[in-house]
Write a protein that binds this ligand. Structure first.
Ligand code: NAD
Length: 423
């Protein structure tokens, strides 16, 4: 009997949404239609087949993508995702958002993204290594330190980056540190990279609260997703004095109004456990987590988790988008009308790419910085971007998302005009 394919988390075509978002930004900020015509498409999209020998001796050909959206401001930068729901259009939308994110942060990078349709949770380390090395070989002419620099995303981690780095370096005949970021510390990773996305999100939230004459102390925070972004965000925000009332992973979550022991959750997750199995809280679903009575909701898992169907159930007054694209545009409008302050993805989760930039610079110079230095420079860049976004939000009376995207798209448009259209 045929089994039904699992339902994708994508309810709407994400690339179409990203293009619509760009249109709205262009209308609001008066960006020339000729520029929009350039920026609404991705510069290059490569699709590859990745034949991989599985542990039982069979061969499976996975499909993989690497997409560059834009390189007007520098080489392209963006993560690689391993997930069963990956589609070319999802990768394209994520690549476009990377262009805006790098631009908003003032980094000399364009945007890219990669993905492989696979379920890494059901693959052995040997299978993952084989697939990653073959994928790297298939895209070896697309990536490189001056060209396109991958990093981890959903389903990939420092080990994945180590395999990409090694495969690329073996083919070049020497170590090429700048080819990927998010590498393990032992082979040229940067101190502070692992926590960087969440640290940046924490800086943004603290800055926003400061604007409202509030602090983190005692704030009730619900975090969806307990991977790289969610787990460290929960840890850092709890250390800053907030009460983390709920956490979750793909199998569900737990709720405790008195606070969850985040350190215990870390240890439990590291030993292979799932969040709903964790003691010290009441079991909840991811849907229930979204509707919890709390002050801050941080979606740190996948796109499109808040839609027009559940947006009016959100009770938080502040949303920190740790994930990319967690709210659909319809949800965005509903939440905005309710007066919820949304710290958009390109601002809130940009800390990862900022420290990836530091890692790339350190790798090119073969000179490594102290952790305090990394964190201080991260704070400087994220806080500056926050202040610029906040000022635009106030001056123009638009949403924080529109302000962030507006600043970012204008800079890319300016670089495109300055360079001129080739030929
Ligand atoms: P990850 O693979 O480390 O973790 C993802 C987490 O989300 C896991 O805990 C998983 O169980 C959970 N999850 C998956 N599906 C879920 C669902 N339907 N409901 C609830 N939880 C679910 O990935 P990550 O690197 O933490 O990335 C998470 C998000 O943050 C993505 O949107 C990614 O693009 C974005 N992001 C990541 C980085 C980075 O540096 N890793 C930087 C910027 C943005």
């Amino acid at each position: 009997m045929a089994t039904a394919a699992p339902e994708s988390h994508l309810r709407e075509n994400p690339f179409r949404l990203a293009q619509q978002q760009l249109r709205k930004v262009a209308d609001t900020f008066g960006i020339d239609d000729r520029l929009v015509e350039v920026l609404r498409q991705c510069k290059k999209a490569v699709e590859v087949s990745i034949p991989t020998t599985l542990d039982d001796g069979t061969v499976r050909a996975y499909s993989g993508y690497r997409v560059t959206h834009n390189i007007a401001r520098g080489p392209s930068k963006g993560g690689i995702r391993y997930h069963p729901d990956v589609t070319l259009d999802e990768v394209k939308s994520l690549a476009m958002w990377m262009t805006w994110k790098c631009s908003l942060m003032g980094l000399p990078f364009g945007g890219a993204k990669g993905g492989v349709i696979c379920n890494p949770k059901r693959m052995s380390p040997r299978e993952l290594e084989g697939m990653t090395r073959r994928f790297t070989s298939e895209i070896i002419n697309e990536i490189g330190p001056e060209k396109d620099i991958p990093a981890p995303d959903v389903g990939t981690n420092a080990q994945t980056m180590a395999w990409i780095f090694d495969t690329y370096s073996m083919n070049k005949g020497h170590s090429v540190l700048g080819v990927v970021t998010g590498k393990p510390l032992t082979i040229g990773g940067s101190l502070g990279r692992e926590e960087a996305t969440s640290r940046g999100a924490t800086f943004c939230l603290e800055s926003a609260l400061r604007m409202q004459q509030r602090g983190v102390e005692g704030l009730r925070v619900a975090v969806q997703g307990f991977g790289n972004v969610g787990a460290y965000f929960a840890k850092l925000i709890a250390e800053a004095g907030a009460t983390v009332v709920a956490i979750s992973d793909s199998s569900g979550g737990i709720y405790n109004p008195n606070g969850i022991d985040v350190a215990a959750a870390f240890a439990h997750k590291r030993s292979g456990g799932s969040i709903p199995e964790l003691k010290g809280g009441e079991r909840i679903t991811n849907e229930e987590l979204i509707a919890l009575d709390c002050d801050v909701f941080a979606p740190c898992a996948l796109e499109q988790v808040v839609t027009e169907e559940n947006a009016d159930q959100v009770k938080a007054q502040v949303i920190v988008e740790g994930a990319n694209g967690p709210l659909t545009p319809a949800a965005d409008e509903i939440l905005d009308a309710k007066g919820v302050l949304i710290l958009p993805d390109v601002l809130a989760n940009a800390g990862g790419v900022v420290v990836s930039y530091f890692e790339w610079v350190q790798g090119l110079q073969e000179y490594f910085w102290k952790e305090d230095e990394v964190n201080a420079r991260l704070r400087e860049i994220v806080t500056r971007a926050f202040d610029e976004t906040w000022a635009t939000y106030q001056d123009r009376n638009i949403t924080m998302r529109m302000a962030a995207y507006g600043l970012a798209v204008q800079r890319v448009a300016e670089a495109t005009v300055t360079r001129g259209l080739y030929p």
